[in-house]
Design a protein. Sequence first.
Length: 137
Amino acid sequence: MARILALDPGTVRCGVAISDSNETLAFPREALATNEHLERAIAQLVDEEFVEMIVVGRPVSLAGNDTASTTRAEEIFARVEAAVTVPVVQWDERLTTSQAQRSMREAGVSSKAGRSRIDSAAAVVLLQHYIEVRNAS
């Protein structure tokens, strides 16, 4: 069965999460470097994990306005969309990082220890929200 891949684009790293084959739960994967090899790494994940769709986080301010991060995320969205043959959509990622940080703190993971995992944890929050909304319709 196919899966959904989520990306939480950042300046240095791109958080990655993938759904189970039933598209009900999201799981973190190792974050990818946001560099010239990003699209190739994502295309490889699409092939290896039988991904049928990619959800790319679109950061906006709390008021819903575009920011500098929005522009960077839209650039990554365009690069990924051009590199793969599966549908790629954008999804509002407001507060995903803060939700991921709170969850990691509640799980007893220190800020220092969690620093390397926060991007993919935010991608999990993003994907889980997308899955819940999609399954509710």
